[in-house]
Design a protein around this ligand. Structure first.
Ligand SMILES: [Zn+2]
Ligand SMILES: [Zn+2]
Length: 1101
C-alpha cells in the first residue's frame, strides 16, 4: 500500500483516502481472479485501473474522480434496491439530456457515482456457463446485458464506464446490469486471440450448402452473413441455439450445442458477417434427412472485419407498420370452418425497429412498441431477468411474424417472435420503471406449450388471465390457479376442431425453408368472447332498462279510451328481457361464483366487483326439462354462463292524466328496477367446482365406471386427504315435503322491542336418526346407518360398494315429520330447497346429537300447539342436497300433490288450500287501494338500501301447461316478503298453498296466503314489454261451449253473428273521475274536478 501511495505523494488527503479505497477494492475483489499469465502485482493492477478510470472520465491527469465510490458486486446487489445508472463519461448536461428523453409517465433512472469493475464471463461461476454474460469479482457475480459484445472479452478484467443496474426482488435475488458503453479492458491482452483453425481456409456458404447435401467427415470453417438466429433454448437440460448463414440463395444451418460456446448467442446478430471454424457436418434426429453444421469444442467464432459495409444492410428490411395497409392482408385465404366463421390468415415475416413504450403483460411476454404495435415474445423462451425489455428501450426485431388483428384484446398490429426470430435491445432504456419480476416458467407460457396454442388463442388466454386476476383472485381463485382457470375458459370458447394437436418440431421451426411454425397462420379476431364483470353487466342493464322504455308500447291500442287509473296501472310494471348473446356486438360470457343471498333469499352470481340475483330453473328456453333442480353443490362453484336471459323489471309510479301526455316524463313520480339473470341448470359450465361438487362428480363417475378397484383406491384417499381440520359434527338426513314462502315475521329481539325478520318454514320427513361423524361428510353418499334409525355410533368416512339401501326402505315407513324453521340469514337456503329432494343437515363442531333433535314448541302464552315438532335452523349449519337419492325415492309419496290448473278449476272435491302448476300468460299490477298504507315495512330492505315495493299486489293469469284454454286468475301479495323475481309471462311456475275461492259469478280464482310459495321452474320465451305473443285460446263452437256448465272457465274463441243489441252507450268520460265530460271539461260539481282530459268510451250489451 505504502509503495502504491508513493506514486501519489503530492495528492491531497482526501484524494489519498480515495486512492487507498480503490487499492483495497482491487486487492480484495479483483486481484484474486487475475490470470497468473498476466503477471501483474496488486500495485501494478491498481495503477492500470486508475489510468483507465482517468481516461474514461476524461479528466486531466491532475484530478481524480473522487466522487465515484468503488463498489464490489456483492455490495451492489445487497445495497441497491432501486434501479440506478452510473456513468464516468457523462456530464450533468448529458444526463439531463437522457432524462429529457423520458416517455410520459416515466422518470429517468436515478444517477449514482459508482466505479464498477469485474471480469466478464459466460456464467455466474467457473464452469457454470449458461449462455449469458456475467460480471464477476472475488465476492460475487451479476448477470449483464450488452448491446454488442465480442468473444475477445471473455475472462478479462473490465472497467464499465456507463451502465444501468436493475434490481429484481426475485427469490434468486440480485438484479442485472445493462452495460451501455462498451467495457474497457483494464489489463493488456494476455495472449493473441487464437481463432483455432486457419481462417484463410474458410469456405463460402454456397460451398458449405453443397457439402451439407452429402456427408463429410472433415472439419470445416465457414464464413457468411447471419440471416437467422434462434433464441437460446434449454431442452431437457441441454442448452443450444441455431443460426443460419446465408449467401445469395444458399443457406447453411449451424447448430451451437457446445456448452462453452453458448455465449456466442450474445455476440452475433442478424446481418453480421461471421466466420466459425472447426465445424462438423451432422444429421439431426429431429429433422430427418437434413444435415446441419455443428460446432465442436475446438470451434472459434470470428467476427468478420468487413471492409465495406455489408452489401445487404439489415436495416433495409425494417419496415414501418403504417405502410402496411390492412387490406393487403385481407387477400389471404379463408380457411373453411364449419361451425364458426373463423377467418384464418397467413402471416408474413418482417423486421422492425422501434421503441418499447409499454410493458403490456410481462409474464405473458407482451409489449407495446412505438405506442401502437404489439409485440408477443411468448413463443420464445422467456427473456431471463427481463432482458432489458423496459419502456424506453430500443429494440430490433428480425424475422418476426406480422399479424393484423389477431385478437380484439391486443393492438391491431402484433409482431410475434417465434423460434426463428431474434429480438435484440439496441439501446437500453434510460427510464426507471416498475420492476417486473417474472420467473422463467410463466404458467401462461407453459400453457401455450402444453396446449400448442395459436397466437390468437394465446392472446385471448392472456386477456382472460388478467380479467380473472382482477375479478376473482385471490378470493375465489388462488393466484397459482388463475392460469388453469383461464385455460378452462379458453376450452369453453374454442371448439375442439380449432385446436391443433400437431406436435411441435423445433428444428423444423428454426431451420426449415420455407418457414413453418405455429404463428404462420392465425385466426382473425378470434376468439372474440368478451368477459364482462358482474358490475359491467349490472351497469349495462341499469342503463338498458330505462333506455329501452317506450311508454306508448306498454299500453294497449285501446289506451285512448282508458281512464287515468287504467292507463297508469298499465304502466306500473313492465319487463324487458334480453339474451346475453344480444347484449353486445361480440359474444359475451359471464364468469362468477354462485352463492346465496341472505337478504334477497335468492341465488346470486358474484365476482369481486358486484353481485347479481339469479333465477335458476329446470327447464331451458327450448322448453326441454332437464329434470334436475339446482343443488347445494353448486354453491361456491366458479361457473361460466354463455346462455342466459337478462331480465330487467321496471316498477313505476305514474300519474298521467291521459295517453296524450305519455311523452311527458314528468308524470313519472317514481321509478326503480329489478335486475336479475335467468338461466337453466344445464347452461351452467363448471370452471372450478366446489368441494361438494367435486364429491358429487366423483361419485357420479364412480357409478359409471362401476369398478371395485377404483372404489377401493378412492376410499383410501378419502380417508387420507380429506379436510385437514378434522372436527366432529352431527348430521340428519331428511326429505323436504313442502316449503312455505319467505315472508316478514315479527320476532322479539328483546322484551319490548320487536323487529321484522324474514323467515319461512319447511316441513320435512326425517329419514333416520341424528348421526355423529368425526369428519364432515358433506354431500357424500348416504350410509345405511343414517336411515336405519339405530343407535348413534361414530362413523368413519368409508364406503361400502354394496350399499343396497335395504335398511332405508324399511325405515322410511315410519318417518318422523318435523318443521324446520329458517329465520334471518338462514332464509338464504330458500332457493335450493325443493320439495321431494333429500338433504343432509350438518351441525359443525359438536358431538351433541341433541342439537338436531326437534322439539314440540309452545306458542306464545304457553298454549301447546298441535303441530309437528320444530327445529330452528342455526346460521352456521349447512345443508347438502343428496342428489343420488332422487332416483331411489318415490318423490311424490309424502310431498303434497301438485295439481294442474284444469284440476283446480274443475274438481269439486279439491280442498281450500291448493298447490298447482301452470304457465303465466299475463301479469297485471293491481291498483293500490286508496288510503291504505302498506301494513308491513321491510326491515331488511332498508338494510341494503334497495327500494321495496310497498304494498305490491299482482294478478297472474296462469294457464294449464297442457291445455292452454284453461286459465285461472291468481292474486298474489308480493308485499309481505322479499321480491319474487321471475314471475314473467311464459314462465312455468309452481304455486304452493294458495287459497282456492269461487266468486259470486261462479269463477274459480286463487289468492295467496302468508304461507303461499311461488317457485319459477321454467323460462318463457324472451320478449319485451308486458304484452306479447301467446298461443291463442282454442276455437270453440258456441253451442257446445254454452251447454257444458262445468266447462265454464275455459277461455276460447268463437265466431258468430250478433243478432241483437240490447243497449249501446257512447260517451265522453272524465279520465280522472269518470263523470260525464262536456265541452272540454269535467261536469262534476261536488267537489269540482278540474280535469281537462276526456276519454271516449262505448259499452254494448
Ligand atoms: Zn415463425
Ligand atoms: Zn273529473
Amino acid at each position: 500500500m505504502e509503495e502504491f501511495l508513493e506514486h501519489f505523494k503530492e495528492r491531497t488527503r482526501s484524494e489519498q483516502r480515495w486512492l487507498c479505497e480503490v487499492f483495497e477494492g482491487v486487492r480484495q475483489q479483483l486481484y484474486p481472479l487475475i490470470s497468473s499469465s498476466v503477471g501483474l502485482s496488486v500495485e501494478q493492477l491498481t495503477l492500470s485501473v486508475l489510468s483507465k478510470v482517468q481516461r474514461a472520465a476524461g479528466s486531466e491527469v491532475a484530478s481524480l474522480p473522487v466522487s465515484y465510490r468503488f463498489v464490489s458486486l456483492s455490495e451492489l446487489t445487497r445495497q441497491q434496491h432501486t434501479p440506478c445508472c452510473s456513468s464516468l463519461t457523462w456530464s450533468s448536461a448529458q444526463y439531463r439530456e437522457q432524462a429529457r428523453r423520458a416517455l410520459p409517465n416515466y422518470r429517468a433512472l436515478a444517477r449514482d457515482n459508482i466505479l464498477l469493475m469485474g471480469y466478464l464471463y459466460d456464467g455466474p461461476a467457473a464452469g457454470a456457463s449458461d449462455g449469458g454474460w456475467w460480471v464477476r469479482d472475488a465476492g460475487g457475480a451479476v448477470s449483464c446485458r450488452l448491446v454488442k459484445s465480442s468473444p475477445l472479452w471473455l475472462g478479462r478484467l473490465m472497467l464499465f464506464p456507463t451502465w444501468n443496474y436493475i434490481p429484481q426482488n426475485a427469490p434468486a435475488g440480485g438484479g442485472y446490469l445493462e452495460l451501455i458503453d462498451p467495457p474497457v479492458c483494464v489489463t493488456p491482452e494476455a495472449m493473441t486471440f487464437d481463432p483455432g483453425g486457419s481462417l484463410t481456409e474458410a469456405m463460402s456458404v454456397k460451398r458449405a450448402a453443397e457439402l451439407l447435401k452429402q456427408r463429410c467427415d472433415a472439419q470445416v470453417c465457414v464464413s457468411g452473413q447471419v440471416s437467422v438466429i434462434s433464441p437460446l433454448l434449454l431442452i431437457s437440460g441441454r442448452r443450444f441455439f441455431c443460426l443460419i448463414l446465408s449467401e445469395g440463395d444458399s443457406a447453411a444451418p449451424v447448430l451451437i450445442t457446445e456448452g462453452k460456446h453458448q455465449y456466442w448467442r450474445q455476440c452475433v446478430c442478424v446481418g453480421q458477417y461471421i466466420c466459425i471454424s472447426a465445424m462438423r457436418v451432422c444429421s439431426l434426429r429431429g429433422w430427418a434427412g437434413h444435415h446441419v453444421l455443428s460446432v465442436t469444442a475446438q470451434s472459434r467464432l470470428h467476427p468478420h472485419v468487413q471492409t465495406q459495409e455489408s452489401s445487404e444492410d439489415p436495416e433495409k428490411h425494417l419496415m414501418d407498420t403504417d405502410s402496411h395497409a390492412p387490406d393487403t392482408h385481407m387477400t389471404s385465404h379463408t380457411a373453411s370452418c364449419s361451425t364458426t366463421s373463423v377467418r384464418k390468415k397467413h402471416s408474413t415475416l418482417i423486421s422492425y425497429k422501434g421503441l418499447i413504450t409499454k410493458v403490456l403483460h410481462a409474464e405473458a411476454g407482451l409489449y407495446e412498441i412505438d405506442g401502437k404495435v404489439g409485440l408477443c415474445l411468448a413463443y420464445q423462451p422467456l427473456q431471463e431477468r427481463g432482458g432489458g425489455l423496459r419502456p424506453g428501450a430500443e429494440i430490433q426485431l428480425h424475422n418476426v411474424h406480422f399479424l393484423y388483428r389477431p385478437s380484439p384484446f391486443a393492438p391491431d398490429v402484433v409482431l410475434c417472435a417465434c423460434l426463428c426470430s431474434s429480438a435484440q435491445v439496441t439501446a437500453f432504456s434510460p427510464l426507471s420503471s416498475k420492476v417486473e419480476v417474472c420467473g422463467s416458467h410463466s404458467p401462461l407460457q407453459r400453457h401455450l406449450l402444453e396446449k400448442n396454442l395459436g397466437v390468437s388463442q394465446y392472446l385471448w388466454l392472456c386477456y382472460c388471465q388478467r380479467v380473472i386476476t382482477e375479478r376473482l383472485c385471490p378470493r375465489w381463485v388462488r393466484e397459482e390457479r388463475v392460469c388453469v382457470v383461464a385455460g378452462r375458459l379458453l376450452d369453453c370458447v374454442c371448439d375442439a376442431e380449432q385446436k391443433t394437436d400437431r406436435k411441435r418440431d423445433i428444428y423444423r421451426e428454426m431451420l426449415q425453408e420455407p418457414h413453418q411454425c405455429p404463428v404462420t397462420t392465425y385466426c382473425v379476431s378470434w376468439p372474440c368472447v368478451v368477459l364482462w364483470s358482474v358490475r359491467h353487466l349490472c351497469d349495462w342493464m341499469s342503463s338498458e332498462v330505462w333506455s329501452s322504455l317506450s311508454l306508448s308500447s306498454l299500453v294497449s291500442p285501446a289506451a285512448a279510451h282508458m281512464t287515468c287509473a287504467e292507463l297508469n296501472a298499465c304502466l306500473s310494471w313492465s319487463v324487458h328481457s334480453v339474451r346475453l348473446t344480444a347484449a353486445h356486438s361480440q359474444p359475451l360470457m359471464l364468469v362468477g361464483v354462485l352463492e346465496l343471498s341472505s337478504t334477497h333469499a335468492t341465488l346470486q352470481i358474484k365476482d369481486q366487483t358486484q353481485t347479481l340475483d339469479c333465477v335458476c330453473v329446470q327447464t331451458d328456453q327450448s322448453g326441454a326439462t332437464t329434470n334436475s333442480n339446482i343443488s347445494t353443490a353448486w354453491l361456491g362453484c366458479l361457473v361460466c354462463v354463455q346462455r342466459c336471459t337478462l331480465v330487467m323489471e321496471r316498477l313505476m309510479k305514474t300519474n298521467f292524466p291521459s295517453w296524450k301526455h305519455l311523452d311527458q316524463p314528468n308524470y313519472i313520480t317514481h321509478k326503480h328496477c329489478r335486475l336479475y339473470l335467468q338461466f337453466c341448470v344445464s347452461d351452467l359450465i363448471i370452471i372450478s367446482p366446489s368441494a361438494a361438487m367435486s364429491i358429487s362428480l366423483m361419485e357420479k363417475k364412480r357409478d359409471q365406471t362401476d369398478g371395485r378397484e377404483a372404489d377401493q383406491k378412492r376410499d383410501r384417499r378419502d380417508e387420507g386427504d380429506d379436510d385437514p381440520l378434522r372436527s366432529a359434527c352431527v348430521s340428519l338426513v331428511f326429505r323436504l315435503n313442502s316449503k312455505q314462502g319467505v315472508m316478514f315475521r315479527n320476532t322479539s329481539v328483546s322484551a319490548d322491542a320487536h323487529t321484522l325478520q324474514m323467515g319461512f318454514t319447511a316441513t320435512v320427513s326425517c329419514l333416520g336418526d341424528v348421526q355423529l361423524w368425526n369428519n364432515d361428510p358433506k354431500n357424500r353418499r348416504i350410509q345405511t346407518s343414517e336411515t336405519d334409525g339405530r343407535e348413534t355410533t361414530v362413523r368413519h368416512l368409508h364406503y361400502t360398494v354394496s350399499l343396497l339401501y335395504s335398511g332405508f326402505y324399511s325405515a322410511s315407513v315410519c318417518v318422523l315429520q318435523m318443521d324446520l324453521h329458517f329465520g334471518d340469514v338462514c332464509v338464504r337456503w330458500f332457493p335450493l330447497l325443493h320439495p321431494g329432494s333429500v338433504y343432509r343437515l350438518i351441525a359443525h363442531n359438536t358431538e351433541d346429537v341433541s342439537v338436531l333433535k326437534a322439539e314440540s314448541i309452545s306458542a306464545r302464552g304457553g298454549v301447546k300447539l298441535l303441530s309437528n315438532p320444530a327445529l330452528l335452523m342455526k346460521h352456521q349449519w349447512r345443508l347438502h342436497t343428496l342428489t343420488h337419492m332422487e332416483q331411489l325415492l318415490d318423490t311424490q309419496s309424502d310431498v303434497g300433490a301438485v295439481m294442474s290448473v284444469s284440476k283446480v278449476l274443475h274438481s269439486s272435491s279439491t280442498s281450500e288450500i291448493v298447490s298447482f302448476y301452470g304457465v303465466i300468460s299475463q301479469r297485471i299490477t293491481l291498483q293500490e287501494e286508496m288510503g291504505t298504507k302498506p301494513s308491513i315495512q321491510s326491515v331488511t330492505a332498508t338494510k341494503d338500501s334497495s327500494v321495496v315495493e310497498e304494498g305490491l299486489k299482482i294478478r297472474l293469469t296462469v294457464q294449464d301447461s297442457e291445455s292452454a284454454g284453461h286459465m285461472i286468475q291468481v292474486y298474489v301479495d308480493l308485499s309481505c316478503g322479499p321480491y319474487t323475481p321471475g314471475l314473467l309471462q311464459g314462465a312455468t311456475v309452481i304455486l304452493q298453498d294458495f287459497h282456492r275461492k269461487v266468486s259470486k259469478a261462479c269463477n274459480v280464482y286463487c289468492r295467496s296466503l302468508p304461507i303461499s310459495c311461488v317457485s319459477v321452474t321454467g323460462l318463457g320465451s324472451v320478449s319485451s314489454g308486458s304484452g306479447g305473443s301467446q298461443s291463442p285460446p282454442p276455437m270453440m263452437l258456441l253451442g257446445e261451449w254454452a251447454s257444458g256448465r262445468t266447462q265454464q272457465c275455459i277461455v276460447g274463441q268463437v265466431k258468430g253473428h250478433i243478432v241483437c243489441v240490447l243497449s249501446l252507450r257512447l260517451q265522453w268520460m272524465c279520465s280522472l273521475c269518470g263523470s260525464t265530460f262536456r265541452q272540454g271539461s269535467c261536469s262534476r260539481g261536488q267537489p269540482p274536478c278540474d280535469s281537462s282530459c276526456g276519454v271516449f268510451q262505448a259499452e254494448a250489451k
